[in-house]
Design a protein around this ligand. Structure first.
Ligand code: AHR
Length: 506
């Protein structure tokens, strides 16, 4: 018989607010993310504003992108911002050594990035250069962006066409300092992070949320060293505030780094192994949170997962340094499971950025010349918009049968759920990871009564289904009729490999 489950949601017991910044994005100078993706240049036949592609902007505006991280990634620690301002023909070029050794003409720089954020309605998250930059360089960049028009950098900004300071809420102090960001030891980076952060000043009303470059995966030792460093005496209860956020990176790579597997050609076993790896992000966030709790019990320092997502072998025939991969229904389910986990950690996790928004890794949008395709992952972001800044509601699994699978040595829970409430509207997200079987779920809704429900579903014929120019809606959102009212609340018949959202007024 098919799996069944029962869960309870107390609609009147509101938990921590799910920051909209958990739905953040990331755009690096890597492959075709910036050039060809976001930016085609003013002379392009593709409709653009100041070189920024308008079809991409239009698609992404539907997602209410809360923030965009730029210019890297690894690229950030080789980027010298002064090369990317002023008349384009005078901008020096460089070689993008991290990503394919291709030329970078610096035509997309600070002003172009801020214009992009403006068009998207997203908060900028600028990632500064610690690895090969100087304290002065980072400090003047902050002044250039946020200083008054009469400051030296503000004057330079005005000469380049922008009078008013911009608002920049988020600032990264380097990236992956343990690797491409300088191959440092945690102690060395911790000292540098304090030093660099000191000179990233708050100018006028602009208050920076400084984010230190954190650990990868389960390197809890890195987090411990950083947390010691943020509290001046290495143990006092209230961190002193050199930086306000600490990042971690966690990618879903079920194979080895040498052989990550194809984005679209995989077996059911590969699929289940992917889901085990995706769900592991819970353990990773819990582990880093536990370390942070020891130094910061009042949760004043935020955990920022500023790179996450699937990482597959590149599509055949594409530059291996460009990290261009397709995006299947499997990727969408990885995303929906991540969001359920993020919502459960809303008290410590303040931001997350999927890697990356356009044409790189787990993208929302894939472009090919003038064509644009929305990926299955895009639709998860769209369906979950209602969780932005909503109060989380706990979903308690009361009983279940058949929703656990053995995957190698691991147990995979195939039902994933989360819920929130905002403006008297409840949003429930449900994922059935079972590749073949539907799950019957009875939701016991307590505390408040629910009005008429609206339900939508993202699924497809196969786990490998994906969208491409010739078939742009192979994986798309439809209305869902598998929800009925029951005595306690709702009965949901969740189809195999599907993501469902139910919203209703209370
Ligand atoms: O997102 C691609 C790369 O992955 C980033 O540049 C780096 O920070 C990480 O290793």
């Amino acid at each position: 018989s098919n799996p069944v489950a029962k869960a309870v949601i107390n609609l009147d017991l509101e938990g921590p607010v799910i920051s909209r910044h958990l739905y953040g994005h990331f755009a690096e100078h890597l492959g075709r993310c910036i050039y060809d993706g976001f930016y085609v240049g003013e002379d392009s036949p593709i409709a653009n504003e100041g070189g920024i592609r308008l079809d991409v902007v239009e698609a992404l505006r539907q997602l209410n992108i809360p923030n965009l991280r730029w210019p890297g990634g690894c690229f950030a620690d080789e980027y010298h911002w002064m090369d990317g301002i002023g008349p384009k023909k005078g901008r020096p070029g460089m070689v993008n050594t991290n990503w394919g050794n291709v030329g970078e003409n610096n035509h997309f720089g600070t002003h172009e990035f801020m214009a992009l954020c403006d068009l998207l309605g997203a908060d900028p998250y600028v990632n500064g250069n610690v690895g090969s930059g100087t304290v002065r360089e980072m400090s003047t960049w902050v002044e250039y962006l946020t200083g008054t028009a009469d400051s030296p950098m503000g004057q330079l900004r005005r000469e380049n066409g922008r009078e008013e300071p911009w608002r920049v809420p988020f600032w990264g102090i380097g990236n992956e300092a343990w690797g491409c960001g300088g191959n440092m030891r945690a102690e060395q980076y911790a000292d540098l992070a304090r030093q660099f952060a000191t000179y990233c000043r708050d100018h006028g009303d602009n208050k920076l949320y400084r984010i230190a470059a954190g650990a990868s995966d389960d390197d809890y030792g890195w987090t411990e060293t950083l947390m010691k460093a943020v509290s001046r005496l290495g143990g006092q209860r209230e961190p002193r505030g050199y930086f306000q956020g600490l990042s971690i990176h966690y990618y879903t790579v079920p194979g080895s780094w040498e052989n990550k597997g194809s984005a679209t050609q995989f077996s059911v076993e590969d699929y289940y192994r992917t889901m085990v790896k995706a769900r592991k992000v819970d353990e990773i966030i819990t582990g880093h949170s536990r370390v942070m709790d020891c130094y910061d019990p009042n949760k004043r320092v935020g955990l920022v997962l500023d790179e996450w997502g699937t990482w597959w072998d590149v599509e055949e025939g594409t530059n291996p340094g460009f990290l261009y991969q397709q995006n299947a229904l499997r990727d969408a389910l990885v995303a929906s499971v991540h969001f359920d986990i993020f919502h459960q950690h809303a008290d410590r996790l303040v931001m997350a950025n999927i890697a990356q928004t356009v044409n790189v890794l787990q993208a929302m949008v894939l472009t090919d010349a003038e064509q644009l395709v929305l990926t299955p992952t895009y639709h998860v972001f769209e369906l979950n918009k209602g969780h932005h800044d909503a109060a989380s509601l706990q979903v308690h699994l009361q009983a279940s049968e058949g929703t656990t699978r053995e995957v190698g040595e691991d147990q995979l829970e195939t039902l994933s759920m989360s819920a929130s409430i905002k403006n008297d509207t409840v949003l429930i997200s449900l994922t059935n990871l079972d590749a073949e079987q539907p799950i019957r779920l009875d939701l016991d809704l307590r505390g408040r009564s629910l009005g008429t429900t609206t339900a939508r579903i993202l699924t497809a014929e196969t786990l490998q289904s994906h969208n491409r120019a010739g078939a742009p809606a192979a994986v798309t959102v439809r209305d869902f009729d598998g929800v009925s009212t029951s005595e306690a609340g709702l009965r949901v018949e969740l189809p195999a490999h599907s993501f469902v959202t139910i919203s209703a007024p209370v």
